[in-house]
Ligand binder design. Structure first.
Ligand code: SAM
Length: 181
């Protein structure tokens, strides 16, 4: 079975936008307990590889590298970049979310910060034409973030998967065709 119900969101997004393909190298940020990693590893197969990172410990799967650490820390970022080595990253996934306090003025900026860092990571590590899929909460900074992403990718769409609770402000941004800048 799947490690998380979150996997149904990724499956739905991928069935619509087809960003995962066999042979890809994928980075999965905020990966625990591992549903997205599991599905991505299954699609990329043995010619591909998934690098998964989370604050929390998680189990290893075939064709995956699992790292534990805080993505906001430079040391952890360097560790991830070292693990990637010379691999060309085809796709960056981020389902990272802070521990929700329930207070929008706290939760939205925190999650926006994680999404910004993931976008910066794409700038440095994602190959030209590569794709980026991130969780994002609607609220302060949302429109600017979408605009910023549109400058860096050829195509950006905002999706609300059926598997995402209708009342949550959570949506997913699917960005494809990273531009060379
Ligand atoms: N996609 C995952 C799955 O299918 O199992 C579920 C991800 S869950 C919604 C969000 C994850 O983001 C949590 O496991 C949390 O620990 C992680 N996270 C939050 N902040 C993080 C950070 N600064 N660095 C790394 N992971 C982080």
């Amino acid at each position: 079975g799947w490690r998380s119900r979150a996997v149904y969101k990724l499956i739905e997004l991928n069935e619509r936008d087809r960003f995962l393909r066999p042979g890809m190298t994928v980075v999965d940020l905020g990966a625990a307990p591992g549903g997205w990693t599991q599905y991505a590893a299954q699609v990329v197969g043995s010619n591909g590889h998934v690098f998964a990172l989370d604050l929390l410990p998680m189990d290893q799967f075939a064709d995956t590298t699992v790292l534990q650490g805080d993505f906001t820390e430079d040391a952890v970022l360097h560790e991830l970049e070292a693990a990637l080595g010379e691999s060309e990253v085809d796709l960056v996934l981020s389902d990272m979310a802070p521990n929700m306090s329930g207070v929008d003025s706290v939760d939205i900026p925190r999650s926006m910060y994680l999404a910004e860092l993931a976008l910066d990571f794409c700038d440095r590590m994602l190959k030209p034409k590569g794709a980026f899929v991130t969780k994002l909460f609607q609220g302060e900074g949302f429109d600017e973030y979408v605009k910023e992403t549109r400058q860096r990718f050829d195509r950006v769409v905002v999706r609300k998967p059926k598997a995402s609770r209708p009342r949550s402000r959570e949506v997913y941004l699917v960005a494809t065709g990273k531009r060379v800048r």
